[in-house]
Design a protein around this ligand. Structure first.
Ligand code: TXA
Ligand code: MG
Length: 316
């Protein structure tokens, strides 16, 4: 069932059931983070391997010390500037966070979503919620309630409809090692914004399947239609004769084989492109296409998160 009833969402969560929640990045598949029974339902519904840990969500930074042992100064600084917002910080977990949530790892991902509806919901709860993106494992993340209903409708008790997500790519994930910040996933807070605040940070590359470095699986966010990333002129030539879908930043292409074309931001606005990215990939995946071709975005600001998602969609 889909709706805007916060009380109903709260009651399902309190009863250890699954509720899809809107966030500014993507929709999440939420369950009581302190209940292993509730959390295990997330893994089942998503068909997610248990070595892939979940992010824990709450509404206020002051609550976080209930669930983590210590908070480095850098984390406080980042939190005071970017939370609530599209940022996740990995912090050493207390016992109360079940091992299932972190896949046995000592740190738990903490995020404060800024979406007003989810803020209100989280404020009503006396527990935090664990929530991965509300898509079957490995598929494109959902940015509307309909996306969730299409794929997980039968597996969640309630879908809280908060409209289309405003950021459109997942949160930036940061870990701390020896007092330094490390970016594990590029996301809704650009690396430049983080570096302006705390100085240069290290970026960690993705792994292919290493359970020691989950969250960075190389192939992810992948449509079912073959997805190629590169120079569009060359790719169009290479794939000629096929029914082609094009995903581009600003420029419209003309070519006889183009069946469908999405220009993410004719004005060259990376925030607009990020906001529309996943919906465009889903839309094309449902069309009768042989291949989807995409180009690299400028490697700056949100363009870095977009390129990361495009590369993973293209990875096989
Ligand atoms: O924007 C977001 O972060 C969204 C919304 C719903 O909050 N959530 C999201 O969750 O993208 P998910 O599970 O789809 O992606 C989170 C990634 C996972 O790939 C996971 O492996 C990694 O974060 N992760 C979570 N906790 C971790 C931990 N303790 N150590 C290493 N990686 C972690
Ligand atoms: Mg995900």
């Amino acid at each position: 069932m889909t709706g805007k009833d916060l009380e109903q969402a709260k009651n399902f969560l309190a009863a250890e059931e699954l509720v899809a929640i809107p966030t500014e990045t993507v929709y999440g598949l939420a369950a009581n983070a302190l209940s292993p029974v509730a959390v295990s339902k997330i893994f089942t519904a998503k068909n997610r391997p248990s070595f892939d840990p979940l992010i824990v969500h709450t509404n206020r930074w002051e609550r976080v010390s209930n669930w983590v042992k210590e908070i480095p100064e850098l984390a406080h600084t980042l939190a005071s500037h970017f939370m609530p917002g599209p940022l996740t910080l990995l912090l050493p977990k207390k016992e109360v966070i079940p091992d299932l949530v972190t896949a046995g790892l000592p740190k738990v991902g903490i995020r404060l979503p800024s979406h007003p509806m989810t803020q209100s919901l989280l404020a009503k709860l006396d527990f935090p919620v664990a929530a991965p993106s509300a898509n079957p494992f490995g598929y494109i993340s959902p940015t509307t309630a309909e996306h969730v209903a299409d794929q997980l409708g039968g597996k969640v008790s309630y879908i809280l409809d908060g409209g289309p997500c405003s950021v459109g790519v997942e949160s930036t994930i940061i870990s701390f090692e020896e007092g330094r910040a490390i970016v594990l996933r590029k996301g809704g807070i650009p690396v430049e914004a983080i570096e302006n605040l705390i100085g240069p940070v290290q970026l960690k590359a993705h792994s292919t399947s290493n359970p020691q470095a989950p969250g960075m699986l190389k192939s992810h966010y992948a449509p079912k239609v073959p997805f190629l990333l590169g120079n569009l002129t060359e790719l169009l030539d290479q794939e000629k004769g096929k029914r082609i879908g094009i995903l581009s930043f600003q420029q419209k292409r003309s070519h006889e084989n183009i069946t469908h074309q999405v220009i993410l931001s004719p004005d060259g606005n990376l925030a607009e492109a990020a906001q529309r990215l996943f919906a465009a990939m889903r839309e094309m995946d449902q069309m009768d296409l042989d291949v989807i071709l995409a180009e690299y975005f400028p490697e700056e600001g949100l363009g870095r998160a977009i390129n990361d998602r495009l590369s993973r969609a293209a990875a096989k």
